[in-house]
Design a protein around this ligand. Structure first.
Ligand SMILES: Nc1ncnc2c1ncn2[C@@H]1O[C@H](COP(=O)(O)OP(=O)(O)OP(=O)(O)O)[C@@H](O)[C@H]1O
Ligand SMILES: [Mg+2]
Length: 235
């Protein structure tokens, strides 16, 4: 379980302050899908970045596996990001001068483990239907194929936590559904906890956890009625 305790984030730009998050307290269940939903600018990505320790809160704390992220040393933060968290970004974050399989191995380049991980990377890419694309570069691939590479890169380390920011944002609905199918399959296999920001509620299933955010706060009227309609939508 992940606990968020009064998590706030204020961005300062010169004199201006933007309150991206205004105090979020909640629990995120383990081994499940949690969907963060809410209007543009409501703080969804900010929340995901804080949980992944890519950014630090202005106030409050996040507890993962009993450990407070705020008390991590720099080395512990690095290890947490590198080994425990798999990030899938909306824009894929792939490097065009590397092949599909090389892109998947990026996280292992600094530690010199890339060679060791190569066959596993290839077999995961095959699993998601990219067996004949291993040596293609991102600009030779479709959006859905690129997103599957980003997904394999995030999942290769069998992360405790998968964080995905609009992973299907740029995909048509068939490719989007495909991404979710792989995500659910691999999550069950690796026992990961998956947190996904999405605008598309049709991917939410009855057993999933939903965190509605509005204006930097948990939407308090996340109401049963709302949840029910989310579920009805999903059917
Ligand atoms: N680095 C930053 N500097 C200043 N303001 C920021 C920064 N990052 C985010 N913000 C602001 O914080 C608020 C929340 O941003 P965030 O990216 O979390 O929203 P979001 O819910 O993910 O929106 P979207 O659905 O459009 O991606 C927005 O008003 C945004 O402009
Ligand atoms: Mg966002």
């Amino acid at each position: 379980m992940i606990q968020l305790i009064d998590v706030a984030k204020t961005h300062r730009r010169g004199q201006a302050e933007v309150h991206a998050l205004r105090g979020v307290t909640c629990e995120i269940p383990q081994h499940k899908f949690t969907f963060i939903i809410g209007p543009s600018g409501s703080g969804k990505s900010s929340l995901l970045y804080l949980i992944g320790a890519l950014d630090e809160p202005t106030r409050g704390d996040i507890i993962v596996e009993g450990q407070r992220l705020s008390q991590f040393t720099r080395t512990q933060r690095d290890l947490y990001r590198r080994h425990k968290v798999g990030f899938v970004f909306q824009n894929f974050n792939l490097l065009n001068n590397l092949t599909a399989v090389e892109n998947v191995l990026i996280p292992y380049l600094p530690t010199g483990e890339a060679r060791k991980k190569r066959s596993e990377a290839e077999s995961l890419l095959r699993r998601v239907g990219l067996g004949d694309r291993l040596d293609h570069r991102p600009n030779q691939l479709s959006g859905g194929e690129q997103q599957r590479i980003a997904l394999v890169r995030a999942l290769l380390k069998r992360p405790l936590l998968v964080l995905a920011d609009e992973p299907t944002g740029e995909l048509d609905s068939a490719s989007g559904a495909e991404i979710f199918r792989y995500l659910r399959e691999l999550k069950d296999e690796h026992q990961s906890t998956v947190i996904i920001v999405t605008h598309d509620r049709s991917y939410i299933q009855p057993d999933d956890h939903v965190l509605p955010i509005r204006d930097g706060r948990l939407a308090e009227l996340a109401p049963v009625a709302d949840a029910a309609s989310v579920r009805a939508d999903a059917k």
